[in-house]
Ligand binder design. Structure first.
Ligand SMILES: Cc1ncc(COP(=O)(O)O)c(C=O)c1O
Length: 394
């Protein structure tokens, strides 16, 4: 069977699985730190290339390997390297591809942890960075310097939902011999495949849609470039040690098996809720990729299969009106994180992005009152009723 021709759901369910000696339907949890050998010859052969054999679970483990193969297949990559969290993957790849004296360009709005790495850690290691506006790609090209090594973007970005045209960025980057990395967490591989546009690597916070149930922390770097994958595995994974645990990989595999149906429902629920929010006069602005009012609607249609499960909006009346709305919600939970079965709301300026100074937040388009909603898998009508009563809509 040609696995390239299989659909997303089939790939998620079957990719990366090998029959074990008992014929277990579900890939077993190999809860072992080490692996033994029958001879010194076998041991030396395995340890000669840690990346290619099971010798120590800080580098490779059969359960984690199965998860990596599944995720790589869904992201259309040759392979993946799993880490202990999304931040493990982000620092794992950034500190692998960037060295002292290098320069990197990051999209303006992004996950605050990534922002903190660029502002708090890069200077200590002699790495320079600037931000770019995803809606002004001429300025992005002009910002490329002789020592620019990487353009890194999130699309849609956390929390603003501003999108970047991956195809256009890759064209610019190729002209200058610069790498492109994409944090594909918000879109998920169901909605967007950045590697198809020529991105050099993708990162996922597996904690979110891939895991899907709010019960794990995980991350991964996915790429078509074997050199990147090998250097991550034998570099930051092996030596920084932010390794994915076998039990986490088991839950992430289970998450992947239902990713297609979950993403379909996240897409459908979020569009309905975004349309409702837009129709309410208690809401000042809404940003959702597949809303026709989205200034980047055409790009969203080109780059995403569905609009995803994330919405941002501002309640009329600003910060206090937004807080009142959030406190009035009954079904939707006030919590950071996203991609779970439960609908979660958070106020970026006071919760996820509070460590970023106000001027920087504002420059990135993050208003104080901005509410980010991760639409879950409940019945859309129940969520709309909850939002209605919290807003005081009739
Ligand atoms: C877009 C994005 N990337 C990366 C991360 C970091 O992932 P983790 O919490 O798994 O370290 C997050 C966390 O919220 C995120 O929203």
């Amino acid at each position: 069977m040609n696995n390239n021709k299989l659909g997303f759901a089939t790939t998620g369910i079957h990719a990366g699985e090998a029959k074990d000696e008992y014929g277990a339907l579900v890939p077993p949890i190999y809860q072992t730190s080490t692996f033994y050998f029958d001879s010194t010859y076998d041991a030396a052969r395995a340890c000669d290339d840690f990346a290619k054999s099971f010798a120590y679970s800080r580098i490779t483990n059969p359960t984690v390997d199965c998860f990596e193969k599944k995720l790589a297949a869904l992201e259309h990559g040759k392979g993946a390297v799993a880490y202990a969290s999304g931040m493990g993957a982000i620092t794992g790849i950034l500190f692998m591809v960037l060295s002292s004296g290098d320069h990197a360009l990051f999209c303006k709005a992004k996950y605050s942890g990534t922002e903190d790495i660029t502002t708090d850690f890069f200077p200590r290691f002699g790495i320079q960075s600037d931000t770019f506006n995803p809606t002004d790609l001429d300025a992005l090209e002009a910002a490329i310097r002789p020592n620019t090594k990487l353009i890194y973007l999130e699309t849609p970005a956390n929390p603003t939902m501003v999108m970047t045209d991956i195809e256009e960025v890759v064209k610019i980057a190729k002209r200058h011999g610069v790498m492109v990395g994409v944090d594909n967490t918000f879109a998920s591989p169901y909605n967007t495949n950045p590697l198809d546009y020529g991105a050099d690597f993708v990162i996922q916070s597996v904690t979110k849609y891939i895991g899907g149930h709010g019960d794990i922390l995980g991350g991964a770097v996915i790429s078509n470039n074997e050199e990147i994958l090998r250097s991550c595995r034998l570099g930051t994974l092996m030596h920084f040690g932010a390794v994915m645990a076998p039990f986490t990989a088991f839950l992430a595999i289970r998450g992947i098996k239902s990713l297609a149906v979950r993403m379909k429902q996240h897409n459908e629920n979020a569009l309905k809720i975004a349309e409702y929010l837009e129709s309410s006069d208690k809401i000042e602005s809404v940003r959702y990729p597949f809303l026709k009012s989205n200034p980047q609607y055409e790009l969203a249609k080109k780059q995403m299969k569905g609009g995803g499960g994330m919405i941002t909006f501002d309640v009329a009346g600003g910060l206090e009106a937004g807080q009142k709305f959030m406190n009035n919600l009954k079904l939707c939970k006030i919590a950071v994180s996203l991609g779970d079965t439960e609908t979660l709301v958070e106020q970026a300026a006071a919760m996820t992005h509070t460590m970023i100074p106000k001027e920087k937040r504002e420059a990135a388009g993050i208003t104080d009152g901005m509410i980010r909603m991760s639409v879950g898998l409940e019945d859309a009508d129940d969520l709309i009723n909850d939002i209605k009563q919290a807003l005081g809509d009739k």
